[in-house]
Design a protein around this ligand. Structure first.
Ligand code: COA
Length: 390
């Protein structure tokens, strides 16, 4: 049965990128201020906060972050909890908030995500991110995230004939879409030739196949139906949510061309929403690497296994294609401050559904799917969102 009572009335993000001189807490407060001001939600009406952040202990030496962030953002006193599921931290915070609203415990809550990464060196960030994989069996012997997705790319290339050029085309599309997104880290189109520059990070993935190291925060306000009327005539509904997990390690997986958590979480979310992949007008997927977008678009049912690369080549996933994916630029070009990403994806979906995405507006925008993925795919959260007037 579709969720009945969860509405997004407001959604905002900071710029993503290397935000020099802006602290972890300041980014969080900026996103919260933008989100609450946008819909005119007085902070005193927010009853609880659900916060996604992956690893501030290593990146900014700060634990027990929820009360600190809430205090700084002018929300002192309300219950707040940090949710951690690697790069899916933001969407797990969202899911907890959805359940709190649906249960009737609260009628107005904040969901926010934040990560400050660029104050650490690439080596330190790589080490911190590796904590999202299996330390005993894989990351401790050198498997990094570019390595994880490099392995997935090789499997996909071997089974389906996907090429380095196909992956580069995902990057070209991401940079093109982000070129008109003022909040993106990279606002510059790139050529296919540039995307194919052989600066290998983890073969076959090159620099332009990777999402960057980023800072940023995002926030949304969720309310019950009754409360939504107070803030907007056109809330966005969350009608389905699904979450699934898989083994942390890759060595116990039978298939690396697909992520079972993505398949399972999308099946659950579609079923709850009473909808199918063909009903989705566009998708926001977790493109931490270009191959991740190709695999995710198959796992969420937009394309059959092995057919996504052709769809990319044919422009089907472009902003003006039949099945747009990541119309504002995705993680690849907008940036990937890991704990913020799952919330930022919802911000993008909200803008697109309301028709307020400006030059990045997809033509048909009634319903969409949002896919947020953690680590090696050990966690996946999928959300189905719909404009309330359809
Ligand atoms: N895409 C495009 N350009 C990038 C980039 C990326 N992902 N990362 C860095 N750059 C650019 C920088 O802007 C800089 O450009 P400039 O010289 O014009 O200023 C240049 O490349 C060098 O940047 P630098 O920060 O020195 O690169 P780096 O080698 O330290 O880091 C990666 C590059 C790919 C290793 C790093 O971005 C990375 O680790 N990404 C993956 C993050 C990750 O694993 N996230 C979790 C996913 S599950």
């Amino acid at each position: 049965m579709p969720l009945k009572n969860t509405n997004i009335v407001s959604a905002a993000q900071t710029k993503f990128g290397a935000l020099k001189g802006v602290t972890f807490r300041e980014m969080f407060a900026e996103a919260v201020d933008k989100a609450t001001t946008q819909a005119g939600v007085p902070k005193k009406e927010i009853q609880a906060a659900f916060i996604g952040s992956f690893i501030p202990e290593m990146l900014v030496h700060q634990g027990h972050t929820a009360p600190l962030l809430l205090d700084f953002a002018g929300l002192k006193g309300i219950p707040g909890t940090r949710h951690e599921a690697a790069c899916a931290s933001g969407a797990t915070a969202l899911r907890a908030a959805i359940m709190a609203i649906e249960s009737g415990i609260y009628d107005t809550v904040l969901v926010a995500g934040v990560e400050k990464m660029t104050s650490s060196s690439t080596a330190k960030v790589t080490e911190a991110l590796a904590a999202a994989a299996d330390d005993q069996f894989e990351s401790s012997i050198g498997l990094t995230f570019p390595g994880v997705f490099g392995i997935a790319a090789v499997a996909h290339m071997q089974r389906y004939g996907t090429t380095e050029e196909d992956m580069a085309l995902v990057s070209v599309k991401a940079h093109k879409n982000a070129s008109t997104n003022p909040l993106a880290q990279f606002q510059k189109e790139i050529t296919l030739e540039k995307a194919l520059t052989p600066r290998y990070v983890a073969w076959p993935l090159k620099l332009f196949d990777c999402s960057p190291i980023s800072d940023g925060a995002a926030a949304v306000v969720l309310t019950s139906n009754e409360k939504a009327k107070k803030y907007t005539d056109l809330p966005v509904k969350i009608t389905g949510t699904g979450q699934a997990s898989a083994s942390m390690d890759l060595c116990n997986r039978s298939d690396l061309t697909s992520f079972s958590s993505s398949v399972d979480a999308s099946r659950i979310a579609y079923k709850m929403a009473g909808l199918e992949p063909k009903d989705m007008d566009f998708a926001i997927v977790h493109d931490c690497f270009t191959i991740a977008e190709i695999i995710a678009s198959e796992d969420i049912g937009f394309f059959k296994p092995g057919e996504a690369a052709k769809a990319v080549r044919d422009g089907v996933t472009a902003l003006d294609g039949d099945r747009p994916i990541n119309p504002m630029g995705g993680l690849k070009a907008v940036g990937h401050p890991v704990g913020a990403t799952g919330v930022k994806q919802v911000v993008v979906a909200y803008k697109e559904l309301l028709g307020t995405a400006g030059p990045n507006q997809v033509p048909k925008h009634d319903t969409c799917i949002v896919h947020n993925f953690g680590g090696t795919g050990a966690t996946c959260v999928v959300t189905v969102m719909r404009r309330s007037d359809v």
